[in-house]
Write a new protein. Structure first.
Length: 317
């Protein structure tokens, strides 16, 4: 089969299409004929070699790229329950010790990492769900907010941030979002009640919106820092609140008794199935900026590096 691999780490040109053995599903695994694979920031991290440098990936001669996919189950291993050949699915590979990733014609996934694809949604839109919507959901779990509480979401126009805004507001949380000034309408459409353009004095502006009271200081109950701005987002959280970053090693100090977390994506097919339900009822909106054939994966990475995307890039194997 054809798959995108990296043999020599570097820029987008390091991505090459290679002929590799078609993977065989083992016990509890399904093989997916990939229709669409999302292009995520972590893919550039893997391609550049930084993921290997920091010990996130084992040293190997050839590294696969891509974490989440949409496609059709074309083979099942022993002991697979709940999925059969022909099922339209989405899923996430959070195993790093495999030689191919999602930018490939076939991908073997653990059945527990797979969910039925959302009905009425194209494979390219569906492929953008697993990594980023699960990360947003798992980050919100760490924050443990109740309806009526307040949340600051940074990078709210991005993939993780956008899903976080929708998931939080869907649970009755009041969301203050920050993104580029041009994103205000988008972010409000996702459900944010307050919008602050990037570049403003974030902590002061958030505190003015959530002034506190006799029993607590000002600031939001929690922040989800999808733009990785660190202490500037933490400073907008009230004492004793909660903060979650999406980048390990970028945690600000737990000042003023704030619980500081780092979310790490965990494949979870059951949770993913709940998120699929939210897509089907219009409460979660996958967004695609552009699609590329497998051979043009390097072009997709060049586009990713330019930034300013509003929607995911997707590779179509
Ligand atoms: N830990 C995990 O398990 C996990 C899982 C998934 C993703 N992640 C990480 O999460 C981060 C976000 O991923 P993503 O896919 O959502 O990226 P994305 O789609 O590029 O979104 C990031 C957004 O933040 C915006 N931004 C940058 N600086 C900002 C600022 N100062 N204020 C407000 N907005 C700002 C960006 O705007 P511009 O495009 O205009 O710069 C972009 O809209 C990445 O670092 C990714 O690696 C971690």
């Amino acid at each position: 089969m054809r798959a995108v691999v990296v043999r020599t780490f570097g820029g987008p040109e390091a991505l090459e299409v290679a002929e590799v053995p078609t993977p065989v599903p083992g016990p509890g695994q399904v093989r997916v004929r990939v229709r669409a694979a999302a292009v995520n920031p972590v893919d550039a991290f893997v391609r550049s070699g930084l993921a290997t440098q920091v010990g996130m990936l084992p040293e190997r001669d050839s590294v696969g790229v891509g974490w989440d996919v949409a496609g059709t189950v074309d083979a099942t291993g022993p002991d697979v329950v709940g999925f059969a050949v022909g099922d339209e699915v989405i899923g996430l590979s959070d195993r790093l010790d495999i030689p191919v990733g999602g930018y490939a014609e076939y991908l073997v996934l653990d059945a527990y990492a797979v969910a039925r694809a959302p009905r009425g949604t194209s494979p390219e839109l569906a492929a953008t769900l697993p990594l980023n919507a699960l990360t947003a959901a798992q980050a919100l779990d760490l924050l443990d907010l109740r309806a009526g509480q307040t949340l600051l979401v940074t990078g709210a126009a991005g993939a993780v941030g956008g899903y976080a805004v929708q998931l939080a507001t869907g649970e009755g949380v009041r969301v203050i979002a920050t993104a580029d000034a041009a994103d205000e309408r988008l972010v409000r459409t996702l459900g944010a009640t307050e919008f602050l353009p990037r570049g403003v004095e974030l902590s002061a502006r958030v505190r003015a919106l959530v002034p506190g009271g006799a029993d607590r200081d000002s600031g939001v109950d929690a922040a989800l820092d999808a733009a990785v701005i660190g202490v500037r987002a933490l400073d907008a959280v009230r004492g004793g609140g909660a903060f979650v970053t999406v980048r390990g090693g970028a945690e600000p100090p737990p000042l003023r008794g704030i619980r500081v977390h780092n979310v790490w994506i965990r494949a979870d097919g059951r949770r993913l199935a709940e998120l699929v339900g939210l897509v089907e009822t219009g409460r979660l909106t996958p967004r695609v900026a552009e699609t590329f054939p497998l051979e043009k994966a390097a072009e997709a990475h060049r586009r990713l590096a330019e930034g300013g995307l509003r929607g995911r890039l997707v590779v179509l194997p």
